[in-house]
Design a protein around this ligand. Structure first.
Ligand SMILES: Nc1ncnc2c1ncn2[C@@H]1O[C@H](COP(=O)(O)OP(=O)(O)OP(=O)(O)O)[C@@H](O)[C@H]1O
Length: 267
């Protein structure tokens, strides 16, 4: 089943942050959530899982996600936040093991054979096996980001939400992560991720949802959505999506910088 969002609106501090958002993230596909800074991407991801009160409907696998208990929802959906807080003194293995909590009884720890196998697989898939025994707070930003992704994978989610999961990753790690998410989608996981990099969005996403100032600006296949008029309307840039025959995929070409929009340096 797809993730179906309808009429989702949200206010914070007396201000409308999201207004009547509706879209579908198709099952087994990678859907990219794009839009400028402040468009509402992080707010929307948190609202989908009921972390922030909102009005509207969010359905997945025939269930109302916002009405589910936290534990039931965590058995179905995992969320990699932009900057997650994690107990500083935990080992990498223990952070990833947090992903098994929704599947445990009150007293059991994540030491069953299945838990062990799932945790080991999540560490391997994110390239973090060698860091298993390291303390989480000694890791670099990119390493910590990969551990958070491993923790989400350890939840074996049917729905995987990620908020800018590539923000701390080097280019190789970005490509590996997007390829991993594609494999997860092909295996049946519904993936929805907020992204700033439109090249990655064009190349790896099956479907795009575009937000502008808390409203839905467009939804559809990257080749249809990323057209010059939309890119200008949403981002205020002149850009085109070109097919690069050498690379074998599409790339965004920006026709001009916008110097007047850059900070002025008096020197
Ligand atoms: N508690 C709050 N009170 C008032 N405004 C808020 C609050 N939280 C978020 N906002 C505003 O809501 C808007 C959407 O924020 P959000 O973080 O969802 O955007 P985003 O698309 O994820 O941005 P970015 O790309 O910069 O991460 C922003 O204008 C932000 O300032």
């Amino acid at each position: 089943m797809s993730l179906e969002v309808a009429n989702l609106s949200l206010r914070k501090a007396g201000k409308t942050i999201l207004s009547d958002i509706g879209f579908t993230a198709p099952r087994g596909q990678v859907t990219g959530l794009i839009g400028p800074n402040g468009a509402g991407k992080s707010t929307l991801l948190a609202a989908l899982l009921g972390f922030t009160p909102s009005s509207g409907h969010v359905r997945f696998e025939d269930q109302d996600l916002m009405a589910m208990t936290r534990r039931d929802r965590a058995r179905l959906a995992a969320f990699v936040e932009q900057s997650a807080n994690t107990e500083e003194r935990l080992s990498v293995r223990d952070v990833v093991a947090l992903g098994r909590i929704p599947f445990q009884s009150a007293l059991a720890s994540a030491n069953g054979a299945e838990d062990q196998a799932v945790i080991a697989a999540a560490l391997a898939e994110t390239g973090m096996t060698a860091f298993t025994a390291r303390r989480f707070d000694t890791l670099s930003g990119g390493e910590q980001q990969r551990v958070h992704i491993a923790r989400a994978l350890a939840q074996t989610p049917h729905l995987l939400l990620l908020d800018e999961p590539t923000s701390h990753l080097d280019i190789s790690a970005q490509l590996q992560l997007l390829a991993l998410l594609r494999r997860k989608a092909m295996a049946g996981t519904t993936v929805l991720l907020a992204l700033h990099d439109l090249d990655l969005a064009a190349r790896f996403c099956d479907h795009l949802v575009v937000l502008k100032a808390g409203t839905l600006a467009a939804e559809g296949a990257p080749a249809l959505v990323l057209d010059p008029a939309l890119l200008h309307h949403v981002y205020g840039v002149r850009a085109r999506l070109l097919h690069d025959a050498f690379a074998g995929h599409s790339v965004i070409v920006y026709d001009e910088a916008i110097p007047e929009a850059l900070p002025h340096n008096p020197d």
